[in-house]
Design a protein around this ligand. Structure first.
Ligand SMILES: Cc1ncc(COP(=O)(O)O)c(C=O)c1O
Length: 426
């Protein structure tokens, strides 16, 4: 009875009057609110900053979702995450405040991970060089604010991660595109862009780039690093897919540099759990202090519970076992989608099959009207992301970004048949 009453009260159907009793509420007056005054108060808008990306959309269960940015739970170390939350709940992390830079043991873990990839003669980073963030997105914002600043130029690959474009716009920095493809950016174009703009930072993904899947060859990595050094600039390396190598391992560019030119970012959000938003940023010298100051101004510190959970998961021997199993699972999903597209959508083109990461970058014929095509796919039960979101300026072609790590890989052939059928019609 009491519970039923509480439910009715919380639904606004019943009200209680102290000392009198419970009454059915009078029907609320339904009138439209007028928020028109806000139009003048808010003024003009940065439209792209206000529009959420397709990759963040949650999809109903009955559609085939190829748009998502986050891996399905069958690819996550779910048992480890649950156990880690249990242990964290019983620990002092539930009531304590961690240092602003992060839990020292987690800082040490990120430093050791990067250090293990350091080339001969390159000094490993120290735990102090690590700043823990609540996911990469806020780390990108802090790095752009601290290293570039309002109205400063930031070179980015084109296409590149939509979240980085968004973070740059939020930070008020000017993104300057540098063409990039299956082999990474063209070094001559990069050098020219540094010279023309006077930029002091380049945001890049040397391993399994989102969206192209590109992985830089060692000579390419050396060339880019050399250009950055000669330009007195930073490379902000986003190693987002470090744990998602399939036929190759991610080899951080930062492992070649100990002079502070590479600012390295690694997120655990995708490989541990979307609920454990923890990322480590590694920067040396004054850059690290500026980035930490920016992080503190923005969010002060990251919940110690989430940090404890992340550290617990990656410290378990079973984490390594989990990572060893991922390439086989990802390869099966990637190949299923690639084969299905080649069979059912032959007019679409895959320039390369990525050696890691979670996405295919599919080129559609120029005649296709992309927004309408994406809508038609959705009407037919397949959600895809239009590639336009990954271009910092005008798109240079019609692309779809297809994620093969989402739910229900068994439906990939059906998705490819739908894409092929609709392409025939467009
Ligand atoms: C290149 C890149 N960086 C960072 C992220 C996101 O990391 P986080 O979820 O930690 O913000 C993504 C997610 O898609 C990504 O593709």
């Amino acid at each position: 009875m009491q519970k039923a009453l509480r439910d009715l009260i919380s639904q606004g159907l019943v009200e209680t009057r102290t000392g009198v009793g419970a009454f059915v509420r009078a029907a609320p007056v339904i009138r439209p609110n007028d928020y028109g005054w806000q139009t003048a108060a808010l003024g003009s808008s940065n439209i792209s900053a206000a529009r959420p990306s397709t990759a963040l959309r949650t999809a109903p269960n009955d559609v085939i979702a190829l748009h998502a940015g986050y891996p399905d739970r069958e690819l996550l170390p779910e048992r480890l995450v649950r156990a880690a939350f249990g242990r964290a709940a019983r620990s002092d992390a539930t009531v304590g405040r961690p240092p602003a830079g992060g839990l020292p043991d987690l800082q040490a873990w990120f430093a050791t991970e990067l250090g293990s990839t350091a080339g001969a003669g390159v000094a490993a980073p120290s735990p102090r060089d690590v700043v823990i963030f609540p996911g990469s997105q806020s780390a990108l914002g802090a790095a752009f604010r601290a290293l570039v600043g309002v109205d400063g130029p930031l070179l980015v690959e084109s296409p590149t991660y939509w979240g980085a474009i968004l973070a740059a716009k939020q930070a008020g920095v000017q993104v300057v595109p540098v063409p990039s493809g299956a082999d990474g950016p063209d070094p001559a174009e990069l050098a020219r862009a540094f010279a023309v703009t006077g930029a002091r930072a380049f945001y890049a993904q040397p391993n399994f780039a989102n969206p192209t899947g590109a992985q830089w060859a060692p000579e390419q990595a050396d060339r880019v690093l050399d250009i950055a050094r000669r330009s007195g600039a930073f490379v902000i390396e986003d190693d987002w897919a470090h744990d998602f190598g399939i036929s190759a391992d991610a080899i951080p560019l930062a492992g070649r540099d100990d002079s502070g030119h590479v600012v390295y970012l690694r997120s655990l959000t995708k490989s541990v759990s979307a609920a454990v938003r923890v990322a480590g940023l590694i920067a040396r010298g004054p850059a690290r202090d500026r980035i930490l100051a920016s992080a503190e101004a923005e969010s002060m510190y990251v919940s110690g519970v989430l940090q404890a959970v992340a550290l617990d998961v990656v410290s378990q021997p079973a984490w390594r076992t989990h990572l060893r199993g991922l390439p086989r699972q990802l390869a099966a999903r990637r190949d299923l989608l690639v084969d299905a597209l080649r069979e059912h959508a032959p007019s679409a083109r895959l320039d390369s099959v990525p050696g890691g990461g979670l996405n295919l970058w599919l080129r559609l014929p120029d005649a296709v009207e992309l927004p309408r095509f994406v809508r038609d796919c959705e009407d037919a039960g397949v959600i895809v992301a239009a590639g336009d979101e990954w271009f910092p300026t005008e798109p240079t072609g019609n692309y779809l970004r297809l994620n093969y790590s989402g739910p229900n890989p068994g439906s990939f052939p059906e998705a490819a048949r739908t894409i092929g059928r609709l392409l025939d019609r467009h």
